[in-house]
Design a protein around this ligand. Structure first.
Ligand code: THU
Length: 134
């Protein structure tokens, strides 16, 4: 699975977004070290707080099926499903990534239909709080 293919899978996952409150459709595609891909979408709630982001949906799906080793994730999102600017993972998703991924974990953020930015987890969450701190 190439980076471009993973981004295309994230874009496709936007279609499943349940986002009646923000109208922001977000999709994620998580590549495991074993070569499997888990997709996720954001799932909103009338009470707002229970809303879960696309990235966490994908990670929790994977972990719940026994996968805990990941090499990269692609994220795509946009108001009304139109990708016009990057949807960079929120702080909570970065923290969840840091539970399972090393600092070199790649995060691809789609910014236009055919373009994406590449980050590492260390770029987005320097000085992470981890199990080493407990
Ligand atoms: N959202 C994600 O799914 N991922 C992100 O990286 C940022 C935000 C969702 C949560 C909410 O449903 C909507 O986007 C607006 O914040």
């Amino acid at each position: 699975m190439t980076e471009k293919e993973l981004c295309a899978t994230a874009k496709k996952a936007m279609q499943m977004s349940y986002s009646p409150y923000s109208s922001c459709k977000v999709g994620a595609a998580l590549l495991t070290k074993s070569g499997r891909v888990y997709t996720g979408c954001n799932i909103e709630n009338a009470s707002f707080t229970p809303t879960v982001c696309a990235e966490r949906t994908a990670i929790f799906k994977a972990v719940s099926e026994g996968e805990k080793e990941f090499s990269m994730i692609a994220v795509a999102g946009g108001k009304d499903g139109k990708i016009e600017s990057p949807f960079v993972p929120c702080g909570v998703c970065r923290q969840v990534m840091s539970e399972f991924c090393t600092s070199g974990f790649k995060i691809l953020v789609v910014k236009k239909e055919e373009e994406y930015d590449t980050y590492t987890l260390a770029d987005l969450l320097p000085s992470a709080f981890t199990s080493n701190n407990i």
